[in-house]
Design a protein around this ligand. Sequence first.
Ligand code: HEC
Length: 206
Amino acid sequence: MKKLTVLSIIAASLLLTGCGDSSTGSAAKASHETAPVAHEAAAPAAAEKAMKCGEGKCGGDKKSAATEAKEAAVVAVKKATEAVTEKAKEVKAQATAKVEEVKAKATEAVDSAKAAVASVVASATGSDGKALFAKCAGCHGADGKTAALGKSAVIAGQAAADLETKIAGYKAGTLNTKGMGALMKGQVAGLSDADVKAVASYISGL
Ligand code: HEC
């Protein structure tokens, strides 16, 4: 009976003061019930810690988990930075390509404007035999000395009047020396009388 009383006193004092780190979950719960106000905050925390310690998850392990999280965050930030850098490079490359494209188009536009001006000038000042011959050079040669498609006579140096007559003949569809008159008709169909004169005189001078 005496022993029991001593034990109860020990037990009671344990319940009243037993909210320390060494408390088990049930002790913490019991002390919580005994002194609700004093232990309201401490008891669940102690219980949680006791449970975690029981599973071997307290102390150093908590630290390493924090370190792991930090490392993961560093890796994530590094990856995000890399991704952003990569994207920036890509966008820059695309922008550069776009600028090149615009430049090329602008150059093209300037060239065609120049060509348009040249043709306006040419038609205002009369036909330009040399310019007209550029279209013929592909077959007849830049010097007019090539047998076009291996068929035609050499046209360079022929008399201007003869050349005019021949060109006019092709234009009218009446000349067909080597069976390719229709082809030549297509070549000279767009030439005005002034053009025929100008190109014939130019070829004659070659
Ligand atoms: C696609 C090739 C080609 C082009 C381009 C071409 N020719 Fe010809 N040309 C020929 C051929 C082929 C003949 C021969 C046609 C035939 O059968 O009469 C010929 C014949 C001629 C002849 C007659 C030559 C001769 O003495 O019998 C003249 C002149 C001539 N071409 C002028 C021109 C002029 C000017 C142009 C440019 C406006 C021109 N050609 C463009 C292929 C061409």
